[in-house]
Ligand binder design. Structure first.
Ligand code: ADP
Length: 177
């Protein structure tokens, strides 16, 4: 995101965030409730760089953000080196590791790879401010919430595409540069 280029359009975070209405829903990870093989499935079925971690799929309360590459490395390591980790092992991101029922495999706690304070903005945040935040904080992505509920995600590439689109649609804006 070039710092010299002014962003002068009146669009909002909701206009840029994914998923769009026609897209499949946001791919999220729940903080306690997915298995190793479910996470491996999510990793092979999608190509996103990361996943928001939420309290539950129903609440969509944001807990943090986990990078795809950290998930891949940690699961791979645990599979190879950690006693008892199998496909049906529970993966948790909570502070305390719950005691599993007798006979169940030990859980895998991945809190160490969780970013606990990912940047989040509301869906009404003007893109002019959002672009500024991305530039100043050097963000790769940020999450979008509405009344504390996770709604979507905006990546740097989404912003670049949006800027290109706006520039085409509204040639007058060049006057401001
Ligand atoms: P990039 O935008 O740099 O290609 P990604 O591969 O992470 O980065 O994202 C590709 C597209 O998918 C972007 O439009 C982004 O907004 C969206 N996206 C990113 N993460 C998720 C996710 N967990 N669930 C749904 N969509 C996502």
């Amino acid at each position: 995101l070039e710092p010299k280029e002014e962003f002068v359009h009146k669009t909002l975070a909701t206009d840029v965030m994914r998923p769009r209405r026609s897209d499949p829903p946001l791919s999220v990870v729940t903080q306690d409730g997915m298995t190793v093989e479910e996470l491996e499935g999510l990793i092979s079925d999608t190509s996103y760089s990361g996943f928001p971690v939420v309290v539950s799929p129903e609440s969509h309360r944001l807990v943090g953000f986990v990078l795809r590459r950290d998930l891949v490395i940690s699961i791979d390591n645990a599979r190879r080196c950690q006693e008892g980790i199998v496909g049906v092992s529970r993966v948790i991101f909570t502070e305390h590791t719950p005691v599993e029922a007798q006979g169940a495999p030990p859980p895998l706690n991945l809190r160490a790879i969780l970013d606990l304070s990912p940047l989040a903005i509301t869906d009404h945040t003007p893109m002019e401010i959002t672009v500024d935040i991305f530039r100043k904080l050097g963000l790769r992505q940020c999450l979008v919430t509405q009344n504390g509920r996770l709604l979507g995600i905006i990546t740097k590439k989404d912003i670049l595409k949006h800027m290109a689109q706006m520039a085409n649609r509204d040639p007058d804006s060049i006057l401001f540069n």
